[in-house]
Design a binder for this molecule. Structure first.
Ligand SMILES: [Cu+2]
Length: 199
């Protein structure tokens, strides 16, 4: 088989799948008391999935949590700092709009327009270039680097009862691309082996 045709096929495949993967990014985390700084012994658990849409400039926040010892007072994303340390809130304060407060278990699903200043903590915009666009870029960079965490504050744990350090979730398209790439490499390896044997 003509290796150039094979490579062309690979690049056509890559160019049709890449934009899908590149215009959306997902970040996930488990929410635990042991992830707080300092850690606490809360039996509560939860999870969070963040989806950034770079075309729409939106951020979807999907969260669930249960078994909190205290009642929820606020929830938002803090950024940007190294794991094991604390930093101020980056997103809407005092809490995500519509986040269920005053309860110990619940769910939340809201999509924020990240082109609006109201989706951020004003201090985060001030400290990150002074513009919504620079704040957005820094927040995404923080998410990519594993330097942002979702924190659920309660009346018993004002500093946060459960939190999760957000990290990138690979898209299915990325896996397909990776497998296609490995397939090409395998064909190259076979071809080289055969040529060596003959020669
Ligand atoms: Cu907070």
């Amino acid at each position: 088989m003509n290796i150039n045709k094979l490579l062309l096929g690979f690049f056509v495949f890559a160019s049709t799948t890449l934009p899908v993967a590149a215009h959306e990014a997902k970040y996930g985390a488990s929410l635990l008391g042991s992830s707080e700084v300092p850690a606490n012994a809360s039996p509560a658990t939860g999870s969070v999935l963040i989806t950034i849409d770079f075309d729409l400039v939106t951020m979807r926040v999907e969260t669930n949590f249960s078994d909190l010892l205290g009642n929820v007072t606020a929830a938002h994303i803090h950024c940007c700092t190294d794991p094991g340390t604390n930093v101020g809130a980056a997103t809407q304060v005092p809490s995500f709009i519509g986040f269920p407060l005053g309860i110990t278990a619940g769910t939340y699903d809201h999509t924020f327009d990240m082109a609006l200043a109201s989706s951020y903590n004003p201090a985060f915009i001030t400290n990150h270039g002074g513009l919504v666009s620079t704040a957005f870029n820094d927040l995404v960079a923080g998410l990519d680097a594993g330097k942002a965490y979702l924190n659920v504050h309660t009346d018993l744990f004002p500093g946060g009862e459960i939190r999760g350090l957000l990290s990138p979730v690979p898209e299915p398209e990325s896996y397909a691309l990776l497998l296609a790439g490995l397939g090409v490499l395998t064909l190259f390896a076979r071809r080289n082996k055969r040529e060596t044997a003959h020669g």
